[in-house]
Write a protein that binds this ligand. Sequence first.
Ligand SMILES: [Zn+2]
Length: 99
Amino acid sequence: MRRQTCELCDFKGDVDLVRRYRIIPEEVTEQAGITQYKTVRLCPNCWQELSSWYSANISGVTYDTAFKRFRDRSGPEMIKEYEVAYSRFREHKKSHLSI
Ligand SMILES: [Zn+2]
C-alpha cells in the first residue's frame, strides 16, 4: 500500500491512516458559500490535536466595537478564524519538531 506523510509531523503511514482532512469544517465553508476548500494530509494524532486546538482557539462570536456588543461571526469571518488557527497550529507543531 502507498505510504503517505503527515504534513505536520512527517509521520509516514498507510493511506487509510494518514488521510486527507478539511482544515475548515464543511458547515463553515458551506455557510460562506464555498464548495471546494483545500485539504491536508494528517496522521490521526495531529488531527486529534488540531481538533482540540480548534476547540480551544476558535470562537463563533466576535465583539463588534461599533455596536459595543457581541455578535455571531459571519461565514467569511469564520473561514479567516479557522485559517489563522490552522497556521498557528502548524507553526506550533513545526517549532515543537525542531527542538
Ligand atoms: Zn502528524
